[in-house]
Design a protein around this ligand. Structure first.
Ligand code: ZN
Ligand code: FE
Length: 282
């Protein structure tokens, strides 16, 4: 047993695992930088800071082979240069949105593109999800070998919330969230921030009678109290609890009417009102 453990520490003697591991590395106040690894090699998604990624790679003995970016914000791209500088002879590819100005990109992606990585062996379909930023993309893995899909959605969809509209319109963001909601319910959603507890407070203001939300609130608080992430979430979970995926629900429409004292003219308007409410919610 002990011999096996010490053998497993040396990555050069390790065989890559078929089933990939998805790890949220905490960064800054509330970011998660996701790593996907076969226990030898790893890809990183949205490395806003290099230091926590380097520390984690060293701890696990993983080699970085590719960088994937969802959008241009500093807290998602700030660590790219340092990660590349310490591996300058390895030609690490850096994939990101074609529609945004980001330094060091070697692969410019748009909706419908496929990214194939050899080590770890993984491929992603690219989705256009504008709204938080104008060119924001997401990375979807249809099947991890056990039938479970995965999506890396940056700052578009969060557990019980969604990203702020810095560059896009409510209509764009709603279309992006609709596309994410159309993924299979079992899809694991790897969000880029731990905003869950404050998002739940807002969700409960929208749907105070939801027993499911009350239960999720307790669960999420217990996870955070234990120092654990509340992620990944799933598309099915978000469709049941996330107000931003529930703009067609009578309970959400009624909450908007009660909050704004005016009628709601359609679902885009409902989304716009909901996002505005959340922007000012304390
Ligand atoms: Zn952002
Ligand atoms: Fe962010």
């Amino acid at each position: 047993m002990i011999a096996m453990d010490s053998f497993a520490e040396d990555s050069s003697k390790r065989a890559p695992r078929r089933e990939l591991e998805y790890v949220p590395v905490p960064a800054f106040e509330d970011n998660y930088i996701w790593l996907v690894s076969d226990s030898c090699d790893a890809v990183v998604i949205d490395p806003g800071d290099a230091a926590p990624v380097e520390a984690y790679l060293a701890e696990r003995g993983w080699r970085l082979t590719a960088i994937l970016l969802t959008h241009h914000h500093r807290d998602h791209v700030g660590g790219v240069k340092a990660l590349l500088d310490s591996r300058s002879d390895e030609g690490i590819p850096v994939y990101g949105p074609a529609g945004e100005r980001i330094e060091h990109l070697t692969g410019r992606l748009a909706g419908g593109d496929t990214v194939r990585i050899a080590q770890p062996e993984v491929s992603f379909t690219v989705m256009d999800v504008p709204g938080h930023t104008a060119g924001h993309i997401a990375y979807f893995r249809e099947d991890d070998g056990s039938g479970t899909p995965h999506v890396f959605c940056g700052d578009t969809l969060f557990a019980s919330g969604c990203g702020r509209l810095f560059e896009g319109t409510p209509q764009q963001m709603l279309t992006s969230l609709d596309a994410l909601a159309a993924l299979p319910d079992a899809t694991l959603v790897h969000c880029a921030h731990e905003y869950t507890l404050s998002n739940i407070r807002f969700a409960r203001a929208c749907e105070p009678d939801s027993v499911a939300l009350a239960r999720w609130s307790d669960e999420a608080q217990a996870l955070r109290a234990a120092g654990k992430p509340t992620l990944p979430t799933t598309i099915g979970h978000e469709k049941a609890l996330n107000p931003f995926l529930r703009v067609d629900q009578p309970a959400i429409r009624a909450a908007l009417v009660a909050q704004f004292k005016e009628p709601v003219a359609g679902r885009t308007e409902a989304f716009r009102m909901l996002r505005g409410w959340k922007d000012n919610f304390r």
